[in-house]
Ligand binder design. Structure first.
Ligand code: NAD
Length: 281
């Protein structure tokens, strides 16, 4: 079985480039499907406090027989827990649910600009990393200005930035900022949540050319342009299919054609909220 490439963070740790996400997966289902993801070959799991399935992910880890050093686990700090002390507390609660001693990656889930707590929250993540409780720290759903503010205030550059990113919304700007500052880019909703994107003629044509599926082509595009990518499925055959995207190699013409699907210039493409302005608890 092909194993995922590893990308290196600015702190020297590594992350498997292909992972498995569990948003909108109920706790007991998470236990089952994370087990299936491990069997398919995934070693990197992306969860969050707000998903309500850290305990299920923890049970899947415990029953997998895999050693902590063989897997990579990410969880995220929820918006209402932002602030220095509340972050330290929320982290311990997440670790208890996951049943882990050390976490691979902890992310601030959303910038929440109106709260103005993200710098203090980032300082708490830095402290957790210093204490060795978490190996790497990063953020999700920030603006360029927000990232710069964290760096200016603390001198600590996030290891990774997890953002909405798929061929209809390819985030060229934030990817460029990340590359220039040593921040890896991680794509959420990498399949565009599975709707129109996988039906697109361009994707289907490339899939036929490589004897692959549309989902595999989109995942292969993420891998080719250097994203960390965390597709979700609760269907075992698709979990396996998505992992097998590691065996699909796109050529320059394919990548150019997929880059051409971006709708940012038309002010379209985004599915979720805009982190620069969104504010929700
Ligand atoms: P996704 O783009 O991974 O799409 C998932 C959907 O695509 C599935 O529900 C299914 O309908 C379809 N699908 C999956 N595999 C398929 C296949 N092989 N063939 C056909 N259809 C297929 O969407 P997502 O779940 O929104 O994003 C992935 C992960 O990203 C999440 O599970 C979560 O871990 C993370 N995420 C993070 C944030 C954040 O704010 N940081 C937000 C959303 C998602």
């Amino acid at each position: 079985m092909t194993s995922s490439p590893e990308l290196t963070f600015n702190d020297g740790n590594t992350i498997p480039q292909l992972g498995y996400g569990v948003w909108q997966v109920e706790d007991d289902v998470a236990e089952k499907v994370v087990g299936q993801a491990f069997e398919a070959g995934f070693r990197h799991i992306d969860t969050a406090k707000i998903y309500g399935n850290e305990a299920g992910v923890g049970r899947a880890i415990a029953s997998s027989g895999l050693k902590p050093e063989e897997i990579f686990i990410t969880t995220k700090l929820w918006n209402s827990d932002q602030g220095y002390e509340s972050t330290l507390k929320a982290f311990e609660e997440s670790m208890e649910r996951l049943g882990l001693e050390t976490l691979d990656l902890y992310l601030i889930h959303w910038m929440q600009p109106k709260q103005q707590k993200y710098v203090d929250t980032w300082k708490a993540l830095i402290e957790l990393q210093k204490q060795g409780r978490v190996k790497s720290i990063g953020v999700s759903n920030f603006s360029k200005e927000g990232l710069q503010e964290l760096i200016d205030a603390t001198g600590v550059v996030p290891a990774i930035h997890q953002i909405e990113l798929h061929p209809f919304f390819n985030q060229a700007d934030l990817r460029e900022f990340g590359a220039a500052n040593g921040i890896l880019t991680q794509a959420w909703s990498p399949l565009g949540q599975g709707g129109e994107l996988l039906e697109s003629a361009v994707i289907k044509e490339i899939a036929a050319k490589h004897d692959a599926t549309p989902a595999q082509v989109v995942i292969a595009w993420h891998l080719a342009i250097g994203n960390v990518v965390i597709p979700k499925s609760v269907t075992e055959s698709r979990i396996r299919e998505n992992y097998a995207a590691l065996d699909v190699t796109l050529d320059e013409t394919d990548i150019k054609a997929i880059n051409g699907l971006d709708r940012t210039a038309e002010g379209a493409g985004r599915i979720g909220p805009d982190p620069a302005v969104s504010d929700f608890a």
